[in-house]
Design a protein around this ligand. Structure first.
Ligand code: SAH
Length: 212
């Protein structure tokens, strides 16, 4: 089967599993996931599963990317912060939907490769840095949207502080009692922060500090 045929099958699967936002589906359709996947896994680029990338990390499952992006409700004029660049796939999806993406990754190797992919694909509205995402990006704050793509022990307050009024943050958090994680959506309205639990997921952990 060609990549194009596999991609159509994946889009149909995402639709039946609840991804109904046509902007999100169009972004998935236009972006070549094979450009973000490691060589040995190219034949699985359009399978609906997470795949290993370098530094012991993973490119997220397409359904999870679709779900979190849909939950984030990104608009074309927005400034979005992503924590956990990884392969760069999620940042590239966001870049199709908003004005500018800021993304932070703690592994320099991953970041360098992701930046090369952005350049190859002509995605010029992504700015990426190496850092500990817990701290966010104070110089660029506030953000209309914040998406964390690694599992936090608890919602990082430093990031909540960088959310604009009316802003939305989506973050996978370890559930009470441990064992599983849930995607949490936080909305800042009139100074208060409203919290919802959306779905159970499995992410690599959000790790404090930079690799030694
Ligand atoms: N969004 C990625 C998938 C991310 S996997 C993609 O589309 O491919 C989670 C990523 O978060 C990993 O690359 C990991 O190195 C990174 N990460 C973990 N803790 C971090 C932290 N504190 N700051 C920045 N990045 C972090």
């Amino acid at each position: 089967m060609t990549y194009a045929a596999r991609k159509i099958r994946l889009i149909m699967e995402l639709r039946t599993q609840g991804i109904t936002d046509t902007r999100v589906l169009a972004a998935v359709e236009r972006l070549p996931r094979e450009a973000f996947v490691a060589e040995p896994f190219l034949d699985q680029a359009y399978e609906n599963r997470a795949l290993p990338i370098d530094c012991g990390q993973t490119i997220s499952q397409p359904l999870v990317v679709g779900f979190m992006t849909q939950a984030l409700d990104v608009g074309p004029r927005m400034k979005v912060l992503e924590i956990g660049t990884g392969s760069g796939y999620q940042a590239a999806i966001l870049a199709r939907l908003c004005r500018r993406v800021y993304t932070i990754e703690r592994h320099r190797d991953l970041l360098t490769r992701a930046e090369r992919r952005f350049a190859d694909l002509g995605l010029t509205n992504i700015t990426a840095i190496v850092g500990d995402g817990h701290k966010g990006w104070p110089e660029q704050a506030p953000f209309d949207r914040i998406l964390v793509t690694a599992a936090a022990r608890q919602v990082p307050q430093g990031l909540v502080d960088q959310l604009a009024e009316g802003g939305v943050m989506v973050v996978p958090v370890e559930a009470a009692g441990g064992g599983h994680q849930e995607v949490v959506r936080l909305t800042r309205r009139d100074g208060a922060v409203h919290r919802e639990s959306l779905m159970d997921v499995r992410f690599v952990p959000l790790v404090a500090g930079l690799p030694g």
